[in-house]
Structures are given as structure tokens and as C-alpha cells.
Design a protein around this ligand. Structure first.
Ligand SMILES: NC(=O)c1ccc[n+]([C@@H]2O[C@H](COP(=O)([O-])OP(=O)(O)OC[C@H]3O[C@@H](n4cnc5c(N)ncnc54)[C@H](OP(=O)(O)O)[C@@H]3O)[C@@H](O)[C@H]2O)c1
Length: 320
């Protein structure tokens, strides 16, 4: 069975807890992040584009202040650099506001490099973006455990340039490990082929659940020693009525969500489910002391619908 954390490659002493908690689209990000910590999660996943870095940092600082037997090293925080600088004038002020037209009458927010006409995946902008992420987490958070380039979209040169900026942040001790998200095998190969890349990605965070298994990419990452973090591991709750997982859940006396998350863990990936509900938060981390039998793993393996079955926007192979 999988251990409760994975060592990050080439990062002595840095362990990523196998069960984390996503702070994206929470009704109240601070309440959910704090609730998750109180429930026992020790790994929080936020991002610049989620607009939940301040709430995540505040939740960690206040939780640690209320629990003096714990310290910063007991909590693992991941955040991510978006492809455009969201602090520029004309950017949406909140994640929720992206669902509404901007007041300037332009019809759409410019949250992608294509719409803005420039990316922050440059070396100085990546440093500035990382620095903003860290500052937004507040005075109690002096380093980030894991920082990712959120997407491959701005292109090859931009990916390398941004990476070089993040390497500087790592060298200065402001971040303990670096990774990527939504990257394909080719993106990873191209990055490490650059001689200036001296600290290769330790993590690739991708959509992964029974209906979208991205097996080739997962296998490639494992061969390279890259830890796979499964986002939307519950397929955002959209497939929990699938008769195959319902039947397996009944067999084990577990909830469907627990079976889906356990299948992810037994596939040797890290999971970061999101919930605003404390009962579900507890349920989603009550995953130890029982195992899915090989035959049930195989049944769930058979549900893979390929990248077309994803619930999010990212097909890693769709980007140059
Ligand atoms: N890197 C990327 O591009 C990327 C993209 C998407 C997500 N992510 C990360 O991955 C995290 C998780 O992904 P996600 O939020 O997209 O989806 P998810 O965790 O697969 O699903 C969350 C949904 O499932 C519901 N849910 C949670 N526990 C449940 C349970 N036990 N039973 C039934 N329903 C349950 C939640 O509702 P309630 O809140 O009401 O419980 C919510 O609607 C995000 O928070 C974010 O940190 C990363």
C-alpha cells in the first residue's frame, strides 16, 4: 500500500503528504482551509488564479498559533504561478468575478497570455509572481513548500524562462521544491533538455480520476521520479453515481468518494480533494487501514474514458 507521504526527488527531507486538500472554488476559502487543518489535513493546495493564497496562509498561521505543539514544517503548502500577472490593472479582482463581464465593456477578462498580449512566464516576472504569492500568504508564511507553473500554455521559451526564475527562488530558500501542472511528456522533456535547468520538476499536477486516468503520462512521470498529484480526484463529484464504483463501495461498506480516492492512492498518486463540508473533509481522508482488492482496482481501471472524459479544461497534449 502507498505510504502516507512521498519523498520529493532530489529534495532531502521534503515529503509531500499523499492526501492533501484543494482550496479552489471554496464558498469560504479561509473557513475551508482552516476546517481542513482542524480535520487533520497537513497539505493545502492553492494557486494565484484561485485567489485563495491569502486565506490559505491565514488559515495555516492561525491554526499553528492555536496549536503550539505544531510548527510550520508540519504543514505542506503548494501554490502555482498563473500565466498572466493578475495584479495588473484590468484583471479580475476575485475568482468569482470572472463569471461576470468586466466593467470596462471589453466583454472578457484577460486572464490568459493570448488575451493580454503578454505572459508573466519570463524570468523576472516569475520571480515577481512568486514573491507576490508568498507575500499574499501573510507574515507567518516565510516559505512555500512546493510551487508550480500552473500550465504549459505560454510556450516552450516562456516555460524555460519562468522556470529559471523559480530556480532562483528555490536557491534562495523561499520555496522547497518546484513542479509543474498540466504538462505533457514533451513539455517535461523539453524543459530538462535545457542545460540551465539544474533543478528538474519534482511534481506534475494533472487531472486524474477513474474516468480520466492519463496512464501514459502517469507512467512517464513515475519513470522519471516525478510525483503525480491528482487534481479533481472526485471528478468534481460528477460521476459518483457510476454503478461500477457504487457496487465496489457497497462491497467495502465505504462511500463512493472514499472508493474513488482510495483507488487513486493505490494507483500511487497524491490526491487533493476539495470540500466545503466538514463531514466530507473527514470522510475524504479516512482512507487508511483498508485496501481495495486487485480485482476491484481492475474494475475501476476499466472506467478510463481517456482525456475526453476530463472535467476540467486541460489536455496537456493540446499545448505547444
Ligand atoms: N492544477 C490545476 O489546473 C487544477 C485544476 C482543478 C483543480 N485543481 C486542484 O484540485 C483540487 C480538487 O479538485 P476540484 O475541486 O476540481 O474537484 P474534486 O475535489 O474532484 O471535487 C470537489 C467536488 O466534490 C464534492 N465532494 C467533495 N467530497 C465529497 C464527498 N465525500 N462526497 C460527495 N461529494 C464530494 C465537493 O462538494 P462540497 O464542497 O459541497 O463537499 C465539490 O463539489 C482543487 O481544489 C484544486 O486545488 C487543480
Amino acid at each position: 500500500m502507498t505510504s502516507h507521504s512521498y519523498p520529493l526527488p532530489r529534495k532531502p527531507g521534503v515529503q509531500i503528504p499523499a492526501v492533501g486538500f484543494g482550496v479552489f472554488q471554496s464558498a469560504d476559502a479561509y473557513a475551508s482551509a482552516l476546517g481542513a487543518l482542524e480535520t487533520g489535513y497537513r497539505h493545502l493546495d492553492t494557486a494565484e488564479i484561485y485567489y485563495s493564497e491569502p486565506e490559505t496562509g491565514k488559515a495555516v498561521s492561525e491554526f499553528l498559533a492555536a496549536n503550539p505543539t505544531l510548527n510550520r514544517a508540519d504543514i505542506f503548502i503548494c501554490s502555482k504561478l498563473w500565466e498572466v500577472d493578475l495584479s495588473l490593472p484590468g484583471m479580475p479582482p476575485t475568482f468569482e468575478s470572472m463569471g461576470h463581464p468586466p466593467p470596462d465593456g471589453s466583454g472578457a477578462w484577460k486572464t490568459t497570455a493570448a488575451k493580454l498580449g503578454r505572459t508573466q512566464y519570463t524570468t523576472p516576472d516569475a520571480i515577481a509572481g512568486f514573491t507576490r504569492s508568498l507575500e499574499k500568504m501573510g507574515p507567518g508564511i516565510e516559505y512555500i513548500d512546493l510551487y508550480l507553473l500552473h500550465n504549459p500554455r505560454p510556450g516552450k521559451q516562456a516555460r524555460v524562462d519562468a522556470w529559471l526564475g523559480l530556480q532562483e527562488m528555490e536557491a534562495q530558500g523561499k520555496v522547497r521544491a518546484l513542479g509543474v501542472s498540466n504538462w505533457s511528456k514533451r513539455h517535461l522533456e523539453e524543459l530538462v533538455a535545457d542545460a540551465r535547468v539544474t533543478s528538474p520538476p519534482t511534481v506534475n499536477q494533472i487531472e486524474f480520476h477513474p474516468w480520466c486516468q492519463q496512464r501514459e503520462l502517469v507512467e512517464y512521470c513515475k519513470q522519471q521520479g516525478i510525483v503525480v498529484v491528482a487534481y479533481s480526484p472526485l471528478a468534481q463529484g460528477t460521476r459518483l453515481g457510476d454503478p461500477v464504483v457504487v457496487e465496489v463501495a457497497e462491497k467495502y461498506g465505504k462511500t463512493v468518494a472514499q472508493v474513488v480516492l482510495k483507488w487513486c492512492l493505490q494507483s500511487n498518486v497524491v490526491i487533493i480533494p476539495k470540500s466545503d463540508n466538514k463531514k466530507r473533509m473527514a470522510q475524504n481522508m479516512d482512507l487508511w487501514g483498508w485496501e481495495l482488492a486487485e480485482e476491484d482496482m481492475e474494475k475501476i481501471n476499466g472506467l478510463d474514458g481517456g482525456i475526453e472524459a476530463r472535467v476540467g479544461e486541460w489536455d496537456p497534449d493540446a499545448w505547444e
